[in-house]
Design a protein around this ligand. Structure first.
Ligand SMILES: Cc1ncc(COP(=O)(O)O)c(C=O)c1O
Length: 420
């Protein structure tokens, strides 16, 4: 009998590895909707109140979040971007202050910084995990740096202890962007609770969803108060008579989202547990396949929760490039995206051409203060390199063990075929 390594590739006329559809993150994410969400939503509709200021659900969602994650303060908002903006508002940078951030992320992380007129400074990443490290952050620290924004990428946790130690040494705050990493853990502690501020997204494709939505958390009482104020026009949840101590937008989550969030949060441990199980199984199954580096948590006590399963292709050991691999996988019936964001975020036109506030280029272009920051290709070589080698595969709680074995078979077949 032929082994999978000997089978002809589907793209060359051989048999497909699978002929059923895998669950993707966008079509099933949020994924375990059911009677629980309906019951919570029915309560809200029957109550006649959809606004957080008059209803219990958002507050209950925040209370349960605090208990689940063991954190003192948790405040909802309308998106991951708003949760991060609330975090930056709590830090309270002066215009032109710098926040060190990851170059492989969603633009929401960068919006949060620029909307407070702070300057995003991109640190390079670890060449395997794609996540910024204490070593890559340190050279970016200047007298204008006020914070570090770490992105826990694709469900994997950053190596936090050295980052927090570095931040303490330089008196910087650490914001953790956990938009892709709900319940990921670094050495037994949840991502989002290790630095000073943690931010989450509940957008449709995330581990849990409220359609759109966000959460900002902290264990620091001073920051906790500022987060509460920042999510609602500087007023927090107090009445109209209170004077806002600083300017802030309205990012209030509605009771409808709060109700769904509450039901979803109760399912989150099951969802992330299954993702960890299937992602780790797939990494184990393909560990010996030539030309691939499967994704792994940074330490044995850490947990990868696999927003996506993203291996790296060792292109120097393969006879084809990333797009050819992606094409071959599509024919096998096991789709892989090529490259996640394709380029680091600083190569986006909006950032390269500094299209922020009219034609000013501010805060990167600030002639009055002799500043002219520009982003350029070659700035973070590891980030640029890794995105040319990263494949992106949906793996989630709707997968079965059989599906994971089928994915592994397709990976073994395609990589072995193209190994030099
Ligand atoms: C790492 C990261 N940061 C921020 C965001 C922004 O979240 P949202 O789309 O909910 O505004 C996302 C969303 O994909 C993300 O993945």
């Amino acid at each position: 009998m032929q082994t999978v390594e000997q089978e002809q590739l589907a793209i060359e006329g051989g048999p497909r590895t699978v002929d059923y559809k895998f669950p993707t993150n966008s079509d099933i994410s949020g994924r375990m909707f059911g009677d629980e969400e309906i019951a919570e939503l029915t309560d809200v509709i029957r109550s006649g109140n959809l606004n957080v200021l008059g209803g219990p659900k958002v507050q209950q969602f925040e209370e349960e979040w605090k208990k689940t994650f063991g954190v003192k303060h948790a405040v909802t908002s309308t998106s991951g971007t708003s949760a991060l903006h609330v975090g930056v508002l709590a830090v309270g940078p002066n215009p032109g202050d710098e926040i060190i951030v990851a170059p492989i992320t969603d633009i929401g992380s960068i919006i949060a910084i620029l909307y407070q007129l702070a300057v995003p400074i991109f640190a390079d990443v670890d060449p395997i995990s794609g996540i910024i490290t204490a070593e890559t952050i340190e050279p970016c620290i200047t007298e204008r740096t006020v914070a570090i924004m770490v992105v826990h990428l694709q469900g994997n946790a950053a190596v936090m202890d050295p980052i927090v130690e570095l931040a303490r040494k330089h008196n910087l705050l650490v914001i953790e962007d956990c938009s892709q990493a709900h319940m990921a853990a670094y050495n037994g502690r949840y991502a989002g609770t290790i630095g000073d501020i943690g931010c989450y997204s509940f957008q449709q494709s995330k581990h849990m969803t409220t359609g759109d939505g966000g959460m900002t958390v902290t264990n620091n009482d001073y920051l906790g108060e500022r987060i509460m104020l920042a999510h609602n026009k500087g007023r927090g949840r107090s009445g109209r008579e209170s004077q806002p101590p600083f300017l802030a937008p309205n990012y209030r989550m509605t009771e409808l989202q709060g109700a769904v969030g509450l039901a979803q949060l109760r399912k989150l441990p099951t969802i992330t547990g299954l993702r960890t199980k299937w992602g780790n199984l797939l990494s184990d199954l393909v560990d010996d396949v030539p030309g691939i580096i499967p994704p792994r948590a940074p330490t044995p006590e850490s947990t990868h929760v696999f927003w996506n399963w993203c291996p790296l292709a060792k292109l120097e050991e393969l006879s084809v490039g990333l797009d050819d691999l992606s094409q071959a996988f599509a024919h096998e019936g096991v789709g892989f995206g090529a490259g996640y964001t394709r380029t680091p975020i600083y190569e986006y036109d909006v950032l390269k051409n500094r299209r922020f506030f009219g034609e000013s280029g501010y805060p990167l272009h600030d002639p009055a203060n002799g500043r002219d920051v520009r982003y350029y290709t070659g700035m973070c070589p590891n980030a640029e390199g890794i995105l040319k080698r990263m494949l992106v595969r949906h793996i989630n709680e709707k997968c079965t063990e059989e599906m994971v074995h089928d994915m592994a078979r397709a990976i073994r077949k395609v990589f072995t075929h193209y190994a030099k």
